[in-house]
Write a protein that binds this ligand. Structure first.
Ligand code: WTA
Length: 659
């Protein structure tokens, strides 16, 4: 079935019309080397590539793009723009405090990054070393990433909302000898002590971490008592001076802004980003330099129809892939002006996003459905009170956008004139995969529509056969490689193969389900594996259960998702306790505190249900399907339970369900 389509007046600066897209798309599929060989020219290479794709979805599962070319990502994001754009704004930074903002020019960015890069070098950071970045949304987060890229160090940004334990496990996994952090993170008017988490993480990683660089967010200071512009007493927050600690301002003070960019092979790692899987602990998704940057820049330009001089605002945190690709690497590689916002959507009022759009004259605005839904419930008066006439394109990412949220965004933010680019992609894909190219074809609310160039999606049935008939749901997989694809799981190539290529041999399997209509438009239906998507944040049920099960009173848990009006999915936790332990509100609180400490506040359960046992098959497997149905309150959907080993528990669970 095809739906009513919404047309947007306007034209795309590169893709003239639908026919043009089709021609280019066909070329990209039929002759990928020629297509991507040409697109790759948008970057500056120190030495050119002579091969383009060398990617295998079988056997060794090696993925290589532009493999004999050399370049530097930081050089491409800064230096090459200097002749034309030294005085143009590269980063518009808006503080949590509405009165605080900065416009950082390309020249200023060059200077800051060069000093930071030289500072890192002076500490001994070398090409290939892993550097953990645990920072709030301050300009230094961008400087830190680019400084690593400049010297060939591999950054791994850890979202500031993750706990000390999550941080420690990432430090251990990638053996990071360097950590860059800040004293505080400021959000919604509150100061959250970030460095304290680092201190805690260091308790179990002190044999790995050699140096910790701390940015003092409201002044220059370090443990040696060199204080700067303010009189904050840091003694409470920072442990006694050790060999390991150094203040950022001390580090960069005497450094030169000029730092020779390292010559990197296209396939040298650029960064590791940890993401949740359906089994085990989060895995280190590894992206390399050339293909990733080509793909980041090209998708940013095409899918947002980005034009020189425009202000682009991606509201994601730098700790997620969206922050990497569409706040830092894509926009800066294109010489854009990218906005970084420190705070939250609702501070000081739910008008904050729209106030920032008005104040800075944002042209392209890219956010998550969960943010739209939460602002929607506050009422449209917050949006209509602001002049949003600068907006030209809107974007959505992270989870399926429901039709109601799409319509609200369209009407109240886009004034019915801005295309909404619903971008489907993943940490693993590096950049957009399925999304409407603005103005090039008509849109349907809630549908990510058609694939980007070079991307060949297929829907597979349980037997792994490609579904060609329209309106049948299947597992979303991809037939060919694209330049932005992850290369491996850091330190565990077998896990890369097992996770993505084993379910459907010969295909990259996304873990999502999708349905395609008669026009070929794709609607993403959500994860088909045990990964939850809570407010656009990925969380593995196995990872959450493992963390809960470590609690001394907890025997076993099962975590499932259920539909949640604002978050998309809510977290429903079933817990059984060891003999002798009794459920209580007190214990509930204890478990909530526990998971926040083990993983972080984003893992806070919405509902915690104590139960004497979990429903199991005769072979002992937990029946998650039933637990999901109960959490969703779809009691009729439970079906026959007579084959369970303990069918009576289902009735009890229904009766005691947390509404
Ligand atoms: C989901 C975020 C529907 C999907 C970039 C995917 C989406 C997971 C969309 C990846 C979208 C992301 N429509 N679902 N436009 N975008 N997803 O790695 O389930 O944090 O597999 O990357 O988010 O989440 P990740």
């Amino acid at each position: 079935m095809s739906d009513d389509k919404i047309h947007f007046n306007g034209s795309h600066h590169l893709i003239h019309d639908f026919k043009h897209y089709q021609t280019l798309y066909q070329q990209s599929i039929d002759t990928p080397d020629a297509f991507w060989g040409e697109v790759g020219q948008r970057l500056d290479w120190f030495s050119p590539y002579t091969t383009v794709a060398n990617a295998h979805f079988k056997d060794n599962h090696e993925i290589k793009w532009y493999e004999d070319g050399t370049l530097n990502a930081c050089y491409n994001c800064i230096d090459r723009h200097l002749p034309d754009k030294a005085n143009d704004t590269a980063i518009t930074w808006q503080g949590d405090n509405p009165d605080t903002y900065q416009r950082i020019t390309y020249q200023a960015l060059y200077n800051a990054v060069g000093k930071f890069a030289n500072g890192l070098k002076s500490l001994g950071v070398k090409k290939g070393d892993r550097v953990i970045i645990y920072l709030p949304m301050i300009p230094e987060a961008a400087y830190a990433m680019l400084a690593c890229a400049r010297i060939g160090a591999v950054h791994s940004v850890v979202f500031g909302g993750f706990s000390a334990e999550s941080l420690a496990s990432r430090i251990k996994d990638c053996q990071a000898a360097y950590v860059i952090t800040a004293d505080f993170s400021t959000r919604g008017g509150k100061r959250i002590p970030l460095k304290n988490n680092v201190n805690k993480a260091l308790e179990s990683t002190s044999d790995i971490v050699k140096r910790v660089i701390t940015i003092y967010t409201d002044g220059d200071n370090d443990n040696n008592g060199n204080s700067g512009s303010n009189s904050h007493d840091y003694s409470e927050d920072i442990p006694a001076n050790t060999e390991r600690e150094i203040a950022y301002h001390t580090l960069i003070n005497a450094q030169s802004p000029d730092c020779e960019p390292a010559v990197m092979n296209a396939e040298d790692p650029l960064f590791i980003l940890y993401t949740s899987g359906s089994t085990g602990t989060p895995k280190g998704v590894l992206h390399t330099t050339g293909g990733y940057l080509v793909y980041a820049a090209y998708t940013h330009e095409v899918l947002f129809d980005y034009r020189p001089g425009e202000l682009f605002w991606c509201t994601a945190d730098v700790g997620w892939i969206t922050g990497h690709t569409y706040m830092i690497y894509g926009p800066l590689a294109n010489g854009a002006n990218t906005l970084l916002y420190e705070g939250i959507p609702t501070y000081p009022t739910p008008a904050r996003f729209w106030q920032i759009c008005e104040q800075h004259r944002v042209n392209i605005f890219y956010t998550a459905p969960t943010a739209i839904r939460s602002l929607m419930t506050e009422g449209e008066q917050y949006a209509t009170g602001h002049n949003l006439s600068s907006l030209r394109i809107l974007g959505s990412v992270g989870e399926p956008i429901n039709v109601e949220a799409w319509q609200w965004y369209h009407q109240h933010i886009g004034n019915k004139t801005c295309p909404i680019v619903d971008t489907w992609w993943q940490t693993e894909t590096g950049g957009h995969m399925i999304a409407p190219i603005p103005y090039v074809w008509d849109q349907v609310p809630g549908k990510a529509t058609l694939p980007f160039f070079g991307v060949k999606p297929v829907l597979l049935d349980e037997k792994g056969q490609e579904i060609t008939a329209p309106d049948h749901e299947g597992s979303l997989a991809f037939k060919h490689s694209w330049p932005g694809q992850m290369r491996t799981v850091y330190g565990d190539h077998q896990r890369f193969i097992d996770t993505y290529f084993q379910t459907f041999p010969g295909y990259y399997f996304s873990g999502d389900g999708a349905i395609r209509d008669a026009d070929g438009y794709i609607r993403i239906t959500g994860r088909v594996d045990d990964i939850l998507n809570i407010s656009g944040h990925r969380m593995g049920t196995a990872e959450l259960e493992d963390a809960f099960n470590l609690h001394p009173k907890v025997a076993e848990t099962a975590v499932v998702g259920y539909p949640h009006d604002i978050k998309g999915q809510g977290l429903y936790v079933y817990a059984t306790l060891f003999k002798g332990e009794t459920p209580s509100d007190e214990l509930k609180k204890e478990l909530v505190a526990w998971i926040r400490e083990k993983i972080g506040p984003i893992a806070t359960p919405d509902k915690l249900h104590f139960t004497p046992e979990l429903p199991r098959t005769r072979s002992g497997k937990i029946m998650r399907r039933i637990l999901r149905k109960i959490a969703e309150n779809d009691i009729d959907g439970i079906g026959d339970v007579s084959t369970l080993a303990n069918p009576a528990i289902v009735e009890t669970l229904i009766k005691t369900r947390i509404a």
